[in-house]
Write a protein that binds this ligand. Structure first.
Ligand code: GDP
Ligand code: GDP
Length: 437
């Protein structure tokens, strides 16, 4: 199930991270009286009235001049509009409406995404009248809350949840393979998208400030339909902050959530960075199929060993996703770009593979015969029965005598065994261990 994304926007110091922490329940981002304290966690899963969603804090930038603040705010709102299903606009009731609030409101009025206006720091009932002036932002009824005192948060979340999209709607598109192209800025995402689409619909340019509206691009190849997700987001080159890690990770998350296959792009001329690992980690954790695309291969001086060496070097950092096939391309010359789509088809077929229960149980018996399950205090793990419960990614349930006896290492062994037997390249596998009742 893809979880919807709820983004919090607002100028610095209105209480975004305090609010974020209250909802998420743990102090995971740093709150400080100083504006612009660096925060680590930028998104977290939350739940209200049985609706799960991911809450994203788009703030968190170092102190800036007023000019920079405006640019940053614009960027923050753009990101929220591109990535979120619902936007919470947080303002400060004690300070009142500021020019920056008006700016944000102007940007937000242009989107069709639902916006919930929350007036923070309404710490008690007497303060409620301070909410009224925020009607002037033209975003509907403001709701007074206090993040510190957990006041009004429930009412606010009721409103947010009402706007969350129904999950049923997307079914009809199911035949179409959805592709997300993810990676750090400048690895060549828009160049690749451009190549794939084979026309200049995608703008690649070093000129800053080219903007377009966000749309997914549908295309057809050899009778099959594909969608490239959020190419506008990829296309949009902003003057500033494009390189900000927070934004590229958020952008990647939103695209990954909606995709079947993620093309994880790396730049062959650069070492694998923390940010690459973060993005690849998201793809893996979200349970999506993937292909590692090493771009700018035209710039690399090659000898016979180079590709192998590269592979090994990359896997040192991205070992957790070693199941993803790797392809070395040049978006610039077009070298092996056709291979990228072949690999998309291949990993998609594994991602949606169904294994019959009989064959699956034969495989598990083989695995158990090759390496005996672990035992503890004289009790041995017994696997009675296995069955596949879903695809995207392939998910299997193992019914056992006692789930406690399943160790991580043995579970990994079984996963690898399944992967090898069924040729499950490019897709994560989920193994759920249940006690037989
Ligand atoms: P951010 O920059 O928007 O993420 O804001 P922070 O969450 O860092 O909060 C800025 C300041 O406002 C901190 O000193 C918080 O303690 C304070 N603050 C946050 N929420 C409330 C609230 O509901 N009431 C009051 N009185 N202060 C708050
Ligand atoms: P994005 O930020 O990931 O979308 O990256 P772009 O597609 O905008 O590319 C960033 C820069 O790298 C541009 O100047 C491209 O022309 C250049 N570039 C992209 N792909 C290649 C490639 O395969 N080879 C070379 N030499 N340059 C490339």
């Amino acid at each position: 199930m893809d979880k919807p994304i709820v983004a919090i926007v607002g100028r610095p110091n209105v209480g975004k991270s305090t609010f974020f922490n209250q909802i998420v329940g743990k102090r995971i981002s740093i709150v400080d009286d100083q504006p612009g304290v660096t925060r680590d966690r930028i998104y977290a899963d939350a739940e209200w009235l049985n609706r799960k969603f991911t809450l994203v804090d788009t703030g968190g930038l170092d102190t800036e001049s007023d000019d920079e603040l405006l640019v940053h705010i614009r960027r923050q709102v753009e990101i929220a509009i591109d990535t979120a299903d619902v936007i919470i606009f947080l303002v400060d009731g004690q300070v009142g409406v500021t020019p920056a609030d008006l700016q944000i409101a102007n940007f937000l009025r242009k989107t069709r995404k639902p916006v919930v206006l929350a007036v923070n720091k309404i710490d008690n009932y007497e303060d409620e009248s301070m909410v009224l002036e925020f009607y002037s932002l033209g975003l509907g009824e403001p709701i007074g809350i206090s993040s510190i005192h957990k006041r009004g948060i429930g009412d606010l979340l009721d409103r947010v949840v009402k706007h969350l999209p129904d999950k049923e709607v997307e079914e009809e598109e199911d035949q179409i393979i959805k592709i997300a192209v993810v990676g750090r800025p400048n690895v060549g995402k828009s160049s690749l998208v451009n190549r794939i689409l084979g026309e200049e619909r995608v703008i690649v340019s070093d000129i800053p400030g080219t903007t377009r509206d966000a749309i997914d691009t549908l295309f057809e190849m050899e009778g099959k339909e594909y969608v490239i997700i959020d190419t506008a987001g990829i296309r949009r080159k902003s003057r500033i902050n494009e390189a900000l890690e927070r934004y590229s990770v958020l952008r990647a998350l939103a695209a990954i959530r909606r995709c079947d296959v993620a093309l994880i792009m790396l730049d062959a001329t650069q070492p694998v960075a923390e940010q690459d690992a973060k993005i690849a980690g998201l793809v893996h954790d979200e349970g999506k199929a993937s292909v590692i695309v090493v771009n700018k291969w035209d710039l690399v001086e090659k000898d016979t060993y180079t590709m192998e060496e590269y592979k090994n070097r990359i896997l040192q950092r991205l070992g957790f996703i070693a199941y993803a096939p790797m392809v070395f391309i040049s978006a610039k010359t077009g070298q092996r770009v056709h291979r990228v789509l072949e690999l998309v088809d291949e990993v998609y077929s594994r991602y949606t593979m169904r294994v019959s229960t009989g064959v699956l149980n034969d495989c598990i018996s083989d695995a158990v015969a090759v390496a005996a399950p672990p035992s503890e205090k004289g009790r041995m793990l017994k696997i009675y029965y296995a069955t596949q419960v879903s695809v995207k990614p392939p998910t299997f349930v193992l019914f056992v005598n006692d789930p406690e006896l399943m160790h991580d290492s043995y579970q990994r062994y079984l996963e690898n065994y399944l992967r090898k037997t069924f040729g499950l390249t490019g897709t994560p596998i989920r193994l759920l261990v249940r006690q037989r009742s």
